[in-house]
Design a protein around this ligand. Structure first.
Ligand SMILES: *Cc1c(COP(=O)(O)O)cnc(C)c1O
Length: 361
């Protein structure tokens, strides 16, 4: 099997044992004489996958099934931008949003359709090169929403905003399972699976049961979190295959030592690349100016002499490194090094960063 260094931001790299388990289940699932793609979602073989993934997800996050429900939904994280306010924000209510990039902008845009939005902090003035330092929170807000990792810009909250008791909602699409946070501080976590948790096609929603009880009932059943929580996320046919893969990713994370071990590994990996960039300050511009705000998942940078960008990418390709082009809205480069990305790949990129600066500086 050929395996290159895949720095893609998403859909993104998955661990080889996960791919092997997925491949084998697609051919024959559990000795059933059927493919995973052919079995009923009401059968006991699939139920073990479904409930196993839910239980493992809570255990990996260090929170309990007494307090939280796990939902596996469709529509991507983008649907959550609308579903969160549809469930929790009435037209006379206010929600606080922390604005840190392209994804929070979309979340704010959808929330405004349902109620009032207070942008409680923003780094737009700094072109998202850091995180906001001061927040202007609304004491009566229905919730505070933030994006834990800004996939496009390359900033990441290592600790969460203090909301003084207002419910906290987080878009964790690109760093769920990567940072050892206290997850009991969140009332709702959502994440499209395809960055750090599995393949495209399922969105993970973890919601505190007592907070869910405050959601409106006056919306279509299929868009109500309560509907899905009541039915254990089997109200309609769930995305069976991506859920299976998420379950395998969770087994792999457990085998690596859990989220704390993932974070330590991620710090070493990202550190190797940032150190290489920082060693050549006259040649490279890391996009994130405040070091503490730098993402462990998405490392964004430019070459000061933009004429060299094409040559940098071509040389990377020759070294079997793919997916380094920055998001089309910001340009430059982005190295996405999610949980499954190997340390050797980070070291290979760091070596190339040094070499390219020496040859062209
Ligand atoms: C990718 C991404 C999204 C959008 O996810 P979809 O599943 O494509 O809708 C939202 N938020 C963040 C932080 C992301 O990285």
């Amino acid at each position: 099997m050929r395996r290159i260094y895949n720095f893609s931001a998403g859909p993104a790299i998955l661990p080889i044992p996960v791919l092997e388990a997925a491949g084998s289940a697609v051919v024959e699932f559990n000795g059933s004489g059927m493919s995973l793609l052919e079995v009923s979602h009401r059968g006991k073989d699939y139920e073990a996958v479904h409930f196993g993934a839910q239980a493992r997800l809570l255990s990996v996050l260090g929170i309990s099934a007494d307090e939280y429900s796990v939902l596996f939904l469709g529509g991507g994280a983008s649907m959550q931008f609308a579903q969160v306010p549809m469930n929790f924000l009435g037209k006379d209510d206010t929600a606080d949003y922390i604005h840190t990039g392209e994804w929070s902008k979309k979340a704010i845009g959808e929330a405004k359709r349902f109620g009032a939005v207070n942008v409680a902090g923003s780094s737009e003035g700094e072109k998202y090169a850091c995180l906001p330092t001061a927040l202007n929170l609304t004491p009566t807000a229905k919730y505070v929403h933030f994006t834990s990792n800004n996939t496009i810009e390359g900033t990441e909250f290592k600790s969460s905003p203090n909301t003084n008791g207002v419910p906290l909602i987080v878009d964790m699409s690109s760093d769920i399972f990567a940072i050892d946070r206290d997850h009991s501080q969140f009332d709702l976590i959502y994440a499209g699976a395809q960055k750090n948790a599995g393949p495209a096609g399922v969105t993970i929603v973890v919601v505190r049961k007592s907070y869910l009880a405050t959601a409106t009932d006056d919306i279509p059943a299929i868009l109500s979190y309560k509907t899905h929580a009541k039915a254990d996320s089997l109200y309609n046919t769930p995305p069976v295959f991506p859920i299976f893969v998420v379950g395998e990713v969770l087994k792999w994370i457990e085998a690596q030592g859990g989220v704390a071990a993932m974070q330590a590994h991620n710090e070493a990996k990202a550190g190797a690349i940032y150190d290489a960039l920082d060693a050549h300050p006259d040649f490279y511009d890391p996009a994130v100016t405040v070091k503490a705000d730098r993402s462990l998942m998405n490392i964004t940078f430019r070459i000061k002499n933009a004429d060299l960008e094409k040559a940098f990418l071509a040389g990377a390709q020759e070294r079997d490194m793919d997916g380094l082009k920055g998001h089309r809205s910001v340009g430059g480069f982005r190295a996405s090094v999610y949980n499954a990305f190997p340390k050797e790949g980070c070291e290979a990129l760091a070596a190339y960063i040094h070499e390219f600066a020496k040859d062209n500086g």
